[in-house]
Design a protein around this ligand. Structure first.
Ligand SMILES: O=C(O)CCC(=O)C(=O)O
Ligand SMILES: [Fe+2]
Length: 283
């Protein structure tokens, strides 16, 4: 039996959204109230269609904690269960919310990602050269590519692990991005959320909502340089292979103190894989 979307349910969802509750929080409440996933999806789709033409609420009126991707650090554990792997908790910061994971990826997993991504990086660079359409972004001088979610066995396994560690549905994640930094390459300090003031942002948000968390995983260590830096708090995370730095941000605002960047690589090559998490399903 499929549950129908009643006018009451629809009205309730509209009210909750107007009060500034996130879609992720609504999904959780609806599921807890016994609504089937299909009814939840149908209601949200219907309302999203209507909401596209409505102004967004001016501010998130609620002070209530909304669900965020974050590991269970209750009792300050040294290790976390990543399902198929025991992951180390090396370092945490409260504001911004940062956690550094050790032994998140095996050496073999790092190499497999580099090999799979490297083929595609080479190809995309060739295409750019052929068309002459290479655009040089001075803020980001690395080369990158995206995997599809679940594209191959390694990617799927890592995505599963991340979902379990961060207690965030796999479907809310973007495809894994791989970046390669040659000597001199860097990623200047930036925020990963989409700037609400940019004209293109509402369109981007239609697919999965805002970004709420970033996990940067180091696949290959440079010889020198290449730390992930958080200038607001003076934190530098060393790009150690297999380690990952996660940070979350509950609103698209510099007050989250999530300004971060990739410092210039001085010697050697740095490779990272980045997983961005959205507020809701990214499809
Ligand atoms: O390479 C790094 O250390 C940071 C990467 C980053 O900020 C990103 O991928 O958004
Ligand atoms: Fe970033």
């Amino acid at each position: 039996m499929t549950q129908a979307v009643t006018p009451e349910l629809r009205a309730w969802v509209v009210d909750q959204l107007a009060a500034g509750h996130s879609v992720a929080a609504l999904r959780t409440s609806m599921r807890m109230a016994g609504w089937q996933e299909s009814a939840v999806n149908a209601a949200l789709t219907e309302i999203e269609r209507g909401a596209a033409s409505m102004p967004a609420p001016a501010t998130a009126a609620s002070d209530e904690a909304r669900p965020m991707p974050w590991p269970d650090l209750e009792g300050s554990p040294l290790y976390l269960d990543g399902g198929d792997r025991r992951v180390h908790v090396l370092h945490t910061v409260a504001h911004p919310r940062v956690v550094v994971f050790g032994d998140l990826l095996s050496d073999d997993e790092c190499e497999a990602l580099i090999t799979a991504a490297g083929r595609r990086l080479a190809r995309s660079l060739t295409v750019e050269t052929q068309t002459g359409g290479e655009t040089l972004n001075v803020d980001r001088t690395s080369d990158g590519m995206f995997f599809e979610r679940g594209e191959n066995e390694i990617v799927a396994r890592i995505e599963q692990r991340i979902a379990m560690l961060l207690r965030w549905p796999l479907e809310y994640g973007e495809g894994l991005q791989v970046l390669r930094y040659a000597p001199g390459a860097q990623y200047r300090p930036h925020y990963d959320y989409f700037d609400p003031a940019e004209p293109g942002t509402p369109t981007i948000l239609r697919r999965g909502g805002q970004r709420v968390g970033t996990l940067v995983m180091y696949l290959r260590e440079p010889v020198k340089g290449g730390a992930t830096v958080f200038p607001d708090i003076g934190l530098e995370v060393a790009p150690k292979r297999g380690t990952g730095v996660f940070f979350s941000y509950d609103r698209p605002d510099p007050a989250t103190r999530t300004l971060h960047g990739g410092a210039p690589v001085i010697e050697g090559e740095k490779w990272v894989a980045t997983k961005w998490l959205r507020e809701r399903e990214f499809s």
